[in-house]
Design a protein around this ligand. Structure first.
Ligand code: ATP
Length: 289
């Protein structure tokens, strides 16, 4: 049991702090391999509640074993009450930004700052407590509606859970369920619709109350009617927080949001380099013929 404890503790930490599939999967892989890709630095500081100032300064990153960087020289900053839209084509590195902010990986170049402090100097747990991630496909577990909302803040009272559900616009529909808040949601929440799952995730995030919010394609897969039902509570959730909205669909971008275009890192055009006489090993350019 003692041997298992760190892994179980790690999973608990993941569950507490991240509600997203991609980063969650990376974390599970980390745990199964038994070697986290990123560990706390010696003397790392546990940050309290952040003011929500996020800055990326010339951040570059390549996944381990991948030659081609996923991000290069990415800079932007975001402050509380602001929505920064990170947009760009598929594969440009938008989701990678969230993984770096949560320190599932370390940038190879540049810095990421929270309240002006390099996140490498913070404990991962305290960093992740300040960030909520919402994904297009919310991960609900097979407990009750109440358990799934309370997951945002273990130990929350029923009153607090209902308050969050009201703010997320799910209270009225939960009341009508056969067992109200004690109704099981089914495996991965399959007894609920996509929009209901998303609003339960918003209720969870409201309860969690982290100052930084990362929304990774939150509207994908929802029909137009449902989008407005999700947008309304989402606007409430975003109010006063720092929001990074990752999307390539610009239809639902809130007014006043700041756009940051994430460009894919260009491939090295080998054919063109060959044409101008590029020597890969000597890295010398000869005069074109
Ligand atoms: P999409 O809009 O399709 O979600 P994206 O802009 O979010 O794309 P990322 O998912 O951040 O892009 O991926 C950026 C690049 O990094 C892609 O080339 C992708 O194949 C690669 N990549 C993403 N995750 C990993 C990983 N765990 N290991 C190796 N490469 C990865």
């Amino acid at each position: 049991l003692a041997l298992l404890y760190p892994a179980v503790q790690g999973l608990g930490e993941m569950a507490l702090t991240v509600s997203q599939a991609a980063a969650g999967a990376d974390r599970v892989i980390e745990l199964l391999r038994g070697r986290p890709t990123v560990t706390d630095a010696p003397g790392a500081v546990a940050v309290g509640r952040s003011r929500g100032l996020v800055s990326f300064e010339k951040v570059g990153f390549a996944y381990p074993g991948r030659g081609r960087p996923a991000l290069q020289e990415l800079s932007f900053s975001a402050v509380p009450g602001q929505v920064v839209v990170l947009t760009g084509p598929s594969g440009a590195g938008k989701s990678t930004i969230a993984k770096l902010l949560l320190r599932f990986y370390e940038p190879g170049a540049g810095r990421i700052l929270l309240d002006g402090v390099d996140i490498r100097g913070l404990t991962r747990r305290s960093l992740r407590e300040n960030v909520t991630v919402l994904h297009q496909e919310t991960l609900l577990f097979s407990g009750s509606v109440r358990d799934n909302i309370a997951y945002g803040r273990p130990g929350a009272s029923l009153e607090e859970i209902i308050g969050a559900a009201e703010a997320a616009g799910v209270h009225d529909f939960v009341k009508l369920l056969p067992q109200g808040y004690d109704t099981p949601v089914g495996q991965r929440g399959r007894l609920l619709s996509g929009g209901q799952r998303q609003r339960i995730a918003i209720a969870r995030a409201i309860l969690r109350d982290a100052p930084v919010l990362v929304l990774d394609e939150p509207m994908t897969g929802l029909d137009e009617g449902t989008v407005e039902q999700v947008m309304r509570p989402l606007r409430r959730l975003m109010a006063g927080r720092t929001t990074l909205l990752i999307t390539h669909d610009l239809r639902h971008v809130p007014e006043g949001a700041r756009m940051v275009h994430v460009d894919p890192v260009p491939r090295v055009d080998r054919v063109r380099l060959k044409r101008v006489g590029f020597q890969p090993h000597t890295a010398r350019l000869s005069a074109p013929p």
